[in-house]
Design a protein around this ligand. Structure first.
Ligand code: ATP
Length: 340
């Protein structure tokens, strides 16, 4: 697998008079294969933005090795900068400019043919509104304009930090469709988010960070498989008696108002046979698949279950580069200051 992004052992600690020492990223590893749509998940403050900023040379890492499209980062980023689009936090645009004018200026500044402006406006679904002033745009439209600006140079790798942040459900759906169409066009996408349902719908791979460390990585279905407890929802007349029978057969059972949840079911016919043999006919027998949200909550500490693995991470570490700061054409939003 060709890696579009490799991070190995990234470390970053912030020091400030007000908050003292704050370890943001603590030996973090990430590998994004070319062609993947890779979700980068973590709770607030877990180190996602710091990781992306370090990768893009916007903050100096304390240690670790990184590469982008094979180029050691940040030292050799300029060599691949033209092939990478990135949006780290919400970019600011001049409200009095139209999207068209904004993009035209960015195209000229970036040495990109201005004919790209209409193409990217079309790509993000803003072509009809491209001659309106940005100050009249919804948040979702501004986010799409940000993506359009990152697409101007036709990047093969797109890095998006929380693109769905603050969007309403319609805006999130638009962003999801946009990312899907980019993926279909062969763009590798790394997208950070804490909106898990969206990530599950969009991404084929996922890496989960908690307190600056990777706690899971892999294909979404592989990560979820680690959390499959083979549970089934069972509806049956006389649920009390059914629960006793199933427990006597050695299966863990949780009773709810109108159904039972039976665990460790490797073969569902066992459930129907145990109950059917005693004249209890099963009305519903539905597998309960783990979703990314429950896996995330287990891995990041909230709702942790002692019986579940805390670490489902079996990936190989990445190999990358050294340190130093460079200037990369990245759309950056609010800067929280601190040491860089
Ligand atoms: N410039 C800075 N100065 C001091 N501390 C910082 C700075 N940037 C980040 N931090 C701290 O580093 C930790 C990780 O923050 P980071 O923004 O990387 O997390 P995140 O996962 O992106 O969270 P969110 O989803 O809330 O943006 C937090 O404790 C944060 O307060």
């Amino acid at each position: 697998m060709t890696a579009a992004i490799e991070i190995e052992g990234l470390r970053k600690t912030f020091h400030s008079l007000r908050h003292g020492r704050r370890v943001a990223v603590d030996g973090f590893d990430l590998v994004v294969g070319a062609g993947q749509v890779h979700g980068f998940l973590g709770p607030n403050g877990s180190g996602k933005t710091t990781t992306l900023r370090a990768l893009l040379g916007l903050v100096r890492a304390d240690g670790g090795r990184m590469s982008v499209l094979g180029a050691p980062s940040p030292t050799h980023l300029p060599e691949v900068a033209g092939r990478v689009g990135a949006i780290v936090e919400s970019p600011q645009f001049f409200g009095n400019f139209t999207a068209h004018r904004t993009l035209r200026l960015l195209a000229v500044a970036g040495g990109v043919p201005v004919s790209r402006v209409d193409e990217v406006l079309e790509q993000v679904g803003l072509r009809d509104r491209g001659h309106e002033r940005v100050k009249g745009y919804s948040l979702g439209m501004k986010q799409r304009l940000a993506v359009a600006s990152a697409l101007l140079k036709g990047p093969e790798l797109l890095i998006l930090d929380e693109p769905a942040n603050g969007l309403d459900p319609a805006g999130i759906r638009e962003m999801r469709d946009l990312m899907r169409s980019l993926a279909a066009a062969g763009v590798t996408v790394l997208v950070s988010s804490h909106i898990l349902g969206e990530i599950q719908l969009i991404c084929d791979h996922v890496t989960i960070i908690s307190r600056g460390r990777r706690v899971a990585t892999g294909r979404v279905d592989e990560v979820l498989a680690g959390f499959d407890q083979h549970e089934f929802r069972v509806r049956v007349a006389e649920p009390g008696r059914a629960a006793d029978l199933l427990r006597a057969a050695g299966l863990p059972v949780r009773a709810y108002a109108d159904h039972l949840v039976v665990g460790q079911v490797s073969d569902p016919t066992v459930v129907s046979r145990v109950l059917g043999e005693q004249g209890l006919w099963v009305q519903e027998l539905t597998p309960l698949r783990p979703d990314l949200e429950s896996a995330f909550l287990e891995l990041t500490g909230e709702g942790a279950h002692p019986a579940l693995p805390r670490q489902v991470d079996g990936a190989e570490p990445a190999h990358g580069a050294s340190e130093g700061l460079i200037d990369l054409d990245v759309r950056v939003g609010r800067d929280r200051g601190g040491d860089a």
